[in-house]
Unconditional design. Structure first.
Length: 165
C-alpha cells in the first residue's frame, strides 16, 4: 500500500529509524509514524540529536506556542482518511502533533521527531537531577527491568516508598 504525504500528496518513503520504520515525505514536509511506534522511538534513543535542537526545546518548554500552531491546516490520516486531531505532545511540550483518532499513527511536521526526542531526554535528565538532589536512589534490578518500568515508573515507585511506604 502506498502512503501519501497528507500535505503535498507525494508518496512517502519508507525509512528505517531507531530500528523501526517511519514514512518520510521526499519534499521534507514531515514524517508518518505508525501506531504506537513513536513511544518506542522515544524509548530507544539511538539517534543523535543536535545540541541546537536540545537548546531550542529547553528554551521552549511550555504550552505558550499552541495557539499559533493549532491554527495550521488540518490534515487527514494517510492510512484511514480520518481527520487527524492536533495534540500537544506530552501535554506541555508545545510540540503540536497530528494524531489519528483511529490509532493509525501520528504525522510529525519536519523537525518534530527530533524535538520530541530532545524533550523526552531533557525531562529524563531533569528527573535524574531532582532525584539526586532529593537523595532518591532508584534500584534497577537489571537493564530489562529498567526498560520495562521506565524512568518515570521507577521515580514514582521510589517517591511512594520514601514518603508513603
Amino acid at each position: 500500500m502506498e502512503i501519501r504525504c497528507p500535505k503535498c500528496k507525494s508518496t512517502l518513503k519508507r525509512v528505517e529509524y531507531e530500528d523501526l520504520f517511519i514514512f518520510v515525505c521526499p519534499r521534507g514536509d514531515g514524517s508518518w509514524v505508525n501506531g504506537n511506534d513513536l513511544g518506542e522511538i522515544v524509548k530507544r534513543r539511538d539517534a543523535k540529536i543536535s545540541q541546537k535542537i536540545f537548546e531550542a526545546v529547553e528554551k521552549d518548554i511550555s504550552p505558550k506556542n499552541i495557539e499559533t500552531q493549532v491554527l495550521t491546516k488540518d490534515i487527514k490520516c494517510p492510512i484511514c482518511g480520518a481527520d487527524c486531531e492536533k495534540i500537544n505532545y506530552s501535554y506541555s511540550s508545545g510540540i503540536i502533533i497530528d494524531h489519528c483518532p483511529n490509532g493509525c499513527g501520528v504525522w510529525l511536521d519536519s523537525g518534530e521527531l527530533e524535538k520530541i526526542q530532545a524533550f523526552s531526554e531533557f525531562w529524563d535528565r531533569k528527573a535524574t537531577e531532582i532525584m539526586a538532589e532529593k537523595g532518591i536512589v532508584l534500584d534497577f534490578d537489571d537493564e530489562a527491568g529498567r526498560k520495562r518500568k521506565g524512568l518515570f515508573g521507577n521515580l514514582l515507585n521510589s517517591i511512594y516508598e520514601k514518603f508513603l511506604g
